[in-house]
Design a protein around this ligand. Structure first.
Ligand code: PLP
Length: 378
């Protein structure tokens, strides 16, 4: 079998597979983005965004990938005259740090090695030092397949009075994020992850406190301008119209499944993946206590790198999984099982992994990984 993008089993860590209903929604003639039909689309998106975030709030859609959402939030909310704490334990924590440093006055970065758990004590200590006006953290560190224990810092963030700004790009619709209970002030989601829409839109949730704290930062990504336009079912600039049409269909699909249903399915797929990884005799990359439910990151076994695993999956089995980033290139591979990923995706992928490892004489118990998956299917 050769790689065929139309029929591939697609398990990268986002963009994720897109439902045909969502694909079809994009295939429309040009629309007047200031006309009634498009205003109706924007209105429906507004009405459905709370389904994705699991709460009502001030929510906007920006034309631009997840990073645009992060830049909008940091440009508008990190203080120029106070301290911002950024937490980084992977590639996307580093990305947030880089963006924040363009806009913030004083930045303290609390780091933990990639793949290790959230540095809770160090974050608390920084908050106790005082004068922290914003805390920026990644909920799900996609680069290492790790869900950060944000709940553990909630009381300290609350006490400090700092704004709590969360990169939820690969967490929203995949990992529970109780925005209200944790007092999160801004959450950024990416269209191409748990929502299973095409790449290219950022969704932003803001608390009332965050809206009140917005200050001028970016012009194009001015969240205030987007909020004002959205109240009239409009956008300040020409939006990515086909992506909005796809987004509304993806949100309808999410509503049909229900956020709880999607979270539960994602969790079950993650548990099955982790059990199957162990049955293959492979190891997770992150601290297993914090393994992510949306992305499973697996160490390449000794002597078997990308050419022997990932490339064979792609070229011989038409299965796409993702490699490592930065220093982890060639050392790990990652399975994204969020959005509309489902049991057949896992069965096909782990069957191929069994076959590949078996051919190298590296499969401890033939059939065991598949049995772990089958045992967890509904
Ligand atoms: N943050 C996280 C946690 C991500 O997973 C990603 C993308 O994978 C980003 C930020 C960057 O988002 P984008 O590539 O959509 O700009």
């Amino acid at each position: 079998m050769t790689f065929d993008p139309e029929t591939t089993t697609f398990l990268i860590a986002g963009p994720v597979r897109i439902h045909p209903r969502v694909l079809r929604a994009m295939a429309t003639p040009s629309l007047n983005h200031r006309g009634d039909y498009f205003h109706g689309i924007v209105q429906e998106i507004r009405e459905l965004l709370p389904v994705a975030f699991g709460t009502n709030g001030r929510q906007v859609v920006l034309s631009g990938s997840g990073t645009a959402g992060l830049e909008a939030v940091y440009a508008g909310l990190v203080p120029k005259d106070g301290r911002t704490v950024v937490v980084a334990n992977g590639n996307f924590g580093d990305r947030s740090d880089a963006i924040v440093r363009r806009y913030a006055g004083e930045v303290t970065t609390v780091r933990a090695p990639w793949g290790q758990g959230f540095p809770v004590e160090a974050v608390r200590a920084e908050l106790d030092r005082g004068d922290v006006r914003a805390v920026c953290a990644v909920h799900n560190e996609t680069s290492v397949g790790l869900a950060n224990d944000l709940a553990a810092i909630v009381p300290a963030v609350r006490r400090s009075g700092a704004l709590f700004l969360v990169d939820g790009i690969s967490a929203v619709c995949g990992i529970p994020l109780p925005i209200e209970a944790w007092g999160v002030d801004a959450v950024v989601a990416g269209s191409q992850k748990g929502l299973a829409a095409p790449a290219g839109l950022a969704l932003v949730h803001l608390s009332e406190r965050a809206v009140a704290a917005l200050h001028p930062g970016s012009y194009y990504l001015d969240l205030g301008a987007h909020l004002t336009a959205l109240e009239k079912n409009d956008t300040p600039w020409t939006p990515a119209v086909p992506l909005f049409l796809a987004l509304v269909e993806a949100l309808r699909l999410l509503k049909e499944e229900g956020l709880e249903g999607r979270l539960a399915r994602t969790h079950r797929l993650a548990e099955a993946s982790r059990a199957a990884v162990a049955a293959l005799g492979l190891e997770l990359f992150p601290d297993p206590r914090f393994a992510s439910d949306t992305v499973t990151a697996i160490r390449n076994p000794d002597g078997l790198g990308d050419p022997q695993l990932r490339k064979v999956l792609e070229k011989e089995y038409n299965i796409l999984v993702q490699g490592g980033q930065g220093a982890l290139v060639g050392k790990i591979f990652r399975l994204g099982h969020m959005g509309i990923a489902d049991w057949p995706d896992l069965l096909v992928t782990f069957a191929a992994l069994e076959r590949i490892l078996g051919k190298h004489g590296r499969l401890p118990r033939p059939g065991a990984a598949l049995s772990e998956i089958v045992a967890r299917m509904p």
